[in-house]
Design a protein around this ligand. Structure first.
Ligand code: M6R
Length: 637
């Protein structure tokens, strides 16, 4: 949540800061701001701080900068997703100390901000915002005074020391950057449980919450580890660990184009990302379904040993992928599996059992709830002492350089390329594919060991053969449903509620269809297991409530069709996501999906869900890529 950038070098900072913020706008977009320090020209002389902030999207801040300017070769910037305080200009970052010479941007939550605020207020400090962040500039300024900054020549080491000594006072997770007009050539950044990396340019450094902000600047990065603090000057980086000891680390290189976000000719990133799914699938097939083998994953044999149960921790769309994954791991691989909302797990974990594999699923690799749940599980298992209870953590993510990746020993990188639209689409498909791979890999090994699994060897090979055909099927579906859903969208012009129904392995897809529609079109939508309708929700139905029903041939086909009939009898408009044929003639509108093995059907049924939501929202003229109140990476608990 929120994106921060910070630059120091020899060029004007503001244009690069604004460009960095543009690339990070997916992290929050209710207000934005920058602060730059303009040097006086003579060495050692204090400079001037320029701070610009604006409510709303980044264009508003850019307009202010064009009108007012913000000179200086050193600066910080922030794009906000409100946690503490309404999305108003006075709550936008950067926040300043009382003198207006020290500025801070922060991503995270300072949990003890109330106590700190009261303490500072008792000392006479006046607060200008409702944010948790504003305590930081006041605390750093107070520490600078205590260290004797006034009356002595200020230097970068003093700023570094003041920040280092304030950090232990802050509880919570944060990434922050600090500039001080008295030292125009220095920048201090720090992180604890929130992402921050430094991009190394030529004689300049750009720090950011995420790699897209570095596009066109550098590919050489130095991700900060938890608890680290860095002092940056045009001459170099001084890195310190939480204990204050100097740390040396070799920078790494960003590979591929994972940090380039380009809309191409599509109207929205979301539509482009839906259209990229055949490619996501083709890449996955090429990497993980090699000829002559069932499935190849980058996990060593020891990983599969001793796994008796699986628990999956995730949020939102990632949790829906996890629910499909759990179905596969139980029904195909025969391993008892439970899925938890990461935000709930931490406060009500199930009793410890031995032989547990814990999987964290997060496309961004930065979701605070998921990371905190994983950390808690790791800690309580380590505390148990019996090796049978030792933690075994696997991460499934689209961001192999994320905080998640540094936390878990085993990783499946879904390799979908950067996803900018707040509504997850191609990363959902990538997560599903990761679970298909994992379930197949477990099933193969358990079959060989004589354990009960859902298919014999021939059955597993048939599934893999069908998976190889997935990219072409997806291509056809995306092209076809893009057109169909454009036409269908006008039917939803006045719709206020939609029900999505599915059963078995397609129940999570009904949930995902409802979530997609809610988040980008603001239409109220619910996803239900189709058989559950008659136990209450059916009371909602009338001619004004469309029902989208996923009916794929297999174990529950007839049941789902009967449930759809029940809805039709209540005058609901029925939209079917199902193969064309006499059985599915009951639907008022059909979004046809080819008949495949029921276990593979979610990979296809999700496409009309995504396109339907997209076209309804686009038809309503809404901001599809940046829906209200949301952010792509939810880095606060
Ligand atoms: O980065 P993550 O996969 O951990 O994100 C989890 C959710 O915040 C995310 O899936 C959210 O529900 C999306 N906006 C869904 O489109």
């Amino acid at each position: 949540m929120c994106g921060i950038v910070a630059l120091i070098g020899s060029r004007e900072a503001a244009p690069q800061l604004l460009e960095g913020l543009r690339q990070l706008e997916y992290r929050g977009y209710d207000s934005a701001g920058i602060a730059t320090v303009e040097a006086d020209g003579s060495p050692g002389a204090p400079g001037r701080l320029h701070c610009l902030r604006a409510e709303g999207k980044l264009v508003n801040l850019t307009a202010r900068w064009e009108a007012e300017g913000a000179p200086g070769h050193c600066g910080i910037g922030h794009t906000r997703w409100a946690t503490h305080g309404k999305p108003e200009e006075r709550n936008a970052h950067p926040h300043l100390d009382g003198s207006g010479r020290l500025a801070v941007v922060q991503n995270g939550i300072i949990e003890n901000h109330r106590t700190l605020r009261e303490e500072l207020q008792a000392e006479g400090v006046t607060f200008l915002s409702d944010t948790d962040t504003e305590v930081i500039p006041h605390l750093v300024a107070r520490r600078l005074r205590e260290l004797g900054a006034e009356g002595h020549a200020a230097d970068a080491a003093l700023l570094l020391r003041a920040v280092q000594e304030v950090l232990p006072l802050l509880h919570g997770a944060y990434a922050l950057a600090v500039v001080w007009a008295d030292v125009p050539g220095a920048l201090v950044v720090a992180r604890r449980q929130a992402p921050l990396l430094i991009g190394l340019g030529e004689g300049e450094f750009l720090c950011a919450s995420d790699t897209p902000a570095l596009a066109g600047f550098t590919r050489t990065i130095l991700p900060l580890e938890d608890g680290e603090v860095a002092l940056l000057t045009p001459l170099g980086i001084e890195l310190y660990n939480a204990a204050g000891a100097r740390v040396q680390r070799t920078p790494s290189l960003l590979s591929g184009t994972e940090h380039v976000a380009d809309k191409r000719s599509f109207r929205h990133f979301m539509l482009k990302e839906i259209h990229e799914q055949p490619e996501t699938a083709a890449l996955w097939v090429a990497r993980h379904l090699p000829e002559g083998a069932l499935v190849a994953l980058p996990l060593d044999e020891a990983f599969y040993e001793g796994v008796e149960e699986i628990e999956i921790l995730a949020c939102g769309t990632s949790r829906h992928a996890a629910q499909v994954g759990a179905y596969l791991l139980e029904q195909l691989a025969g391993i008892p599996t439970n899925v938890f909302y990461a935000s709930e797990f931490r406060y009500a974990p199930p009793p410890l059992v031995p032989g547990m594999l814990t999987i964290g699923v997060t496309q961004s690799g930065e979701t605070a709830d998921t990371l905190a749940a994983l950390a808690m599980e790791q800690e309580r298992r380590l505390g148990h002492g019996d090796p049978a209870y030792a933690p075994k953590l696997l991460g499934i993510t689209n961001r192999p350089e994320s905080s998640l990746s540094r936390m878990v020993p085993h990783l499946l990188d879904i390799g979908a390329g950067i996803e900018v639209g707040v509504a997850a689409t191609k990363t959902f498909l990538g997560q599903l594919l990761a679970f298909y791979g994992l379930a197949l890999a477990f099933a193969e090994r358990r079959l060989a060991a004589g354990a009960p699994v859902g298919r014999d060897r021939q059955g597993l090979e048939t599934l893999v053969a069908e998976l190889r055909a997935l990219p072409q099927q997806l291509q056809q579906l995306v092209d076809d449903h893009d057109r169909r859903c454009t036409e269908l969208a006008h039917l939803f012009a006045d719709t206020q509620d939609v029900i999505f129904l599915g059963r078995g392995i397609n129940y999570p897809i009904a949930m995902e269809g409802a979530l997609k529609l809610k988040e980008i079109s603001y239409i109220h939508a619910e996803g239900y297991p189709a058989g559950e309708m008659k136990h209450g929700p059916i009371a909602l139905l009338d001619a004004r409530v469309p029902v989208v029903s996923i009916a794929m041939p297999g174990m529950v086909f007839d049941k789902v069709l009967s449930n759809a009939q029940e809805a039709k009898a209540r005058d609901a408009q029925l939209i079917g996501v199902a193969p064309a044929g006499p059985d599915t003639a009951l639907f008022d509108t059909l979004l046809p999906v080819p008949e495949v093995d029921e276990l593979l059907s979610p990979l296809l049924t999700v496409i009309p869900m995504q396109l339907l939501s997209y076209h309804i929202a686009a038809h309503r003229g809404l901001d599809v890529d940046q829906p209200r109140n949301l952010a792509k990476s939810v880095t606060v608990e």
